[in-house]
Design a binder for this molecule. Sequence first.
Ligand code: FDP
Length: 341
Amino acid sequence: MDHAGEAHRTDLMTITRYVLNEQSKHPESRGDFTILLNHIVLGCKFVCSAVSKAGLAKLIGLAGDTNVQGEEQKKLDVLSNEVFIKALVSSGRTCILVSEEDEEATFVQPPLRGKYSVVFDPLDGSSNIDCGVSIGTIFGIYMIKDAHEPTIEDVLQPGKNMLAAGYCMYGSSCTLVLSTGSGVNGFTLDPSLGEFILTHPDIKIPQKGKIYSVNEGNAKNWDGPTAKYVENCKFPIDGSPAKSLRYIGSMVADVHRTLLYGGIFLYPADKKSPNGKLRVLYEVFPMSFLMEQAGGQAFTGKQRALDLIPTQIHERSPVFLGSYDDVEEIKALYAAEENTE
Ligand code: FDP
C-alpha cells in the first residue's frame, strides 16, 4: 500500500467536515442539525450497500421470498424504509416523520423527540430496482413549531419553509446532493473510505438546457400548454435546435441529470391524473428546493412549486422543474392559456 499517497487524501472535504463547517457559521447552533444530517447520511450508506447487493441477493432468493437460510428477504423499499425510520428516530433530533412507504405520519416518542420533521421517500423509482437502473432516496427537513405539541400541520408547510433538502442516488456511483439553503453541493461515496467526498461544489444549473424529460406515453391525455411545450421542444418555432429527449423514469436520476446538464423535467397533470403523479412533500418539494438553490425554477402549472400548501401528507402535484429559461417558457404558455379563458 502506498501510505505516502494515501496521506494526501486526508485533506478531503468529507460531508461531515462540510456540515461542521456550515455549523460553525451559526455560533448559536448546538449541533442538532449536524447530528440529524449524520444520521441521514448513515441511512444512505446502508441503503447504498443494500442496493448494490440487490442483484446478488436475487441469486440466493428473490426479494419477498425466503432465502437459503430460511430467512425472509425483505423487499428493498421496505428495508430502506426501516433503515431510515430507525436512523432518524435514533438521532434523537426528529419529531415527525413522513415516509412514502407509510400511510400515516410517525410521531416520535417523547424521550427521543427533537425539533425537526423529516419527509422522505426511502427508495424512489422502485419500478427500476429489478433492472439495476439508478434509484434514490429523497428527503426534506422542516423545523417543527413546538416540540411538546407536534401536530400534522408541522409537516403540511409550504416547501419554501424547508431548512434543507437533498437526495442520494444509487447508481454507477453513490451520489448525495444536498442543500441547506445556501447553494447545492454534491458528494460522492468513496467505498474504500466509507465517506461521502465533496465532488460537485456549488452546483449551478445551466440557464437553458438542450434536454427535455417526460413520460411521453401520456401525451394523448395532456393539457394544451404541456402538449404545446413538448411540441416546441421537438419543432422549435424560433429556429433554435430541437431538444433531445431523455427519460429514465426514476425521478432522482432524471432530476440529477437535469441539475448537471440543464433542461427540464416534467411530470404534468393529465386527464387520467389531474394532479400528476409525484408526491408534494417528498418528491416535488425537495427537488424544487434544490432546483431553486441551483438557480433554476420549479412550477406546478399554476404557481411556484415551493409556495404550494399541502393539505394531506401524500398529496400529489404536477411539476415542471429545471433550467430557469426552460421553466419560464412553460410558465408563459400556462399564462397565455389563462388569459384566453
Ligand atoms: P416509480 O413509480 O418507479 O417509483 O413517483 C415514483 C416514480 O417512480 C418516480 O421516481 C418517477 O419519476 C415516476 O414515478 C415515473 O413515473 P412513470 O412510470 O409514470 O413515468
